[in-house]
Design a protein around this ligand. Structure first.
Ligand code: F6P
Length: 320
């Protein structure tokens, strides 16, 4: 393998740039030519490819977002578009592709490998931490730290007013951002898609906490965990307490990557380049018990996600 390309696709995540940098510099160290594709799969369809060198990735290790830009590309589900993308890669003599993104990105990678013979390896880059085969995805740690900063600010104002606050965080259908932020930030409640809320119980706990002298409470709510407004309405009905809501939104996707995400990005990138150099295809890299591994894409995507119920229990015990 002499030429590889890199793209980022789907929602961006802090640490993607650190992964791009590590792929480029490690591949160059292995005498491989590297190309960058702009705007994910769309860039392959639009022939947006350029050579990358060590200087192309200077001064990006600390930056959020992705210098390669990203996009969602629904057309890529069709084989004719996959073939067009593969033809673009072949025209440049590129025989391996590293994709950085989430499950949608990995499905695209599998398709272009299965249908058009391109060797692919995926690196998990998403704040959601929603891929079962890996303990952590690049961007998750930074996103949780961003949520923690917001929680600190909310505590100041909510505590001053003796208020109950609900902070909505991202994660699509995965409650990990909410769970880790709730535990690390000392929230009283955490509502996730995996643990639907028992409003009766929650309202009782809220009232009891008032009797114990707590004057302000924090609820961390994962998007995808139900109807937030309805939950607040029912809490008000059962307790008489108005809940003040905040949606953190896209702030969670930006910002300088944490040390954890930068190191993870470097370790995963090195493995992804090695995977392609070994001539493998249809692989994704992950981290399990702090060891970097690679897996078959289909097997990785078929693994059922397990919510960390133990951590959820701990969070609840410590919240009282
Ligand atoms: O997958 C990352 C993520 O930020 C999710 O947490 C969120 O549900 C989604 O992307 C938002 O997607 P978009 O950028 O298309 O609005």
């Amino acid at each position: 393998m002499k030429k590889i390309a890199i793209l980022t696709s789907g929602g961006d995540a802090p640490g993607m740039n650190a992964a791009i940098r590590a792929c480029v510099r490690y591949a160059i160290a292995k005498d491989v030519d590297v190309f960058g594709v702009e705007r994910g799969w769309q860039g392959l369809l639009d022939n947006k490819i350029s050579v990358m060198n060590s200087r192309s990735v200077s001064d990006i290790v600390h930056k959020g977002g992705t210098i390669l830009k990203t996009a969602r590309c629904p057309e890529f589900l069709k084989v004719e578009y996959q073939q067009k993308a593969a033809d673009t890669l072949s025209a440049y003599g590129i025989d391996g592709l590293i994709v950085i993104g989430g499950d949608g990105t990995f499905r695209g990678a599998k398709d272009i490998s299965d249908n058009c013979g391109i060797n692919v390896c995926g690196i998990p880059g998403t704040i959601d931490n929603d891929l079962a085969y890996t303990d952590f995805t690049i961007g998750f740690d930074t996103a949780v730290n961003t949520v923690l900063d917001a929680m600190n600010n909310l505590r100041d104002t909510m505590g001053s007013h003796d208020r109950v606050s609900l902070l909505e965080v991202m994660g699509r259908k995965c409650g990990d951002i909410a769970l880790y932020a709730a535990l690390a930030g000392g929230a009283e409640f955490c509502i996730t898609p995996e643990h639907p809320v028992d409003i009766e119980q929650m309202s009782k706990t809220l009232l009891k906490s008032r009797l114990r002298g707590k004057t302000s409470n924090m609820i961390v709510f994962a998007e995808g965990a139900g109807d937030r407004e309805e939950i607040c309405r029912q809490i008000k009905e059962k307790t008489g307490i108005s809940v003040k809501t905040t949606t953190l939104g896209y702030v969670q996707r930006g910002g300088a990557p944490s040390m954890v995400d930068r190191v993870l990005a470097a370790r995963m990138a090195v493995r992804a380049v090695d995977v392609l150099l070994e001539g493998k295809t249809n692989r994704v890299v992950g981290v399990n018990n702090n060891v970097i591994n690679d897996f078959d894409i289909s097997e990785a995507l078929a693994m059922p996600r397990e919510f960390d119920s133990e951590l959820y229990k701990v969070m609840n015990i410590l919240a009282r």
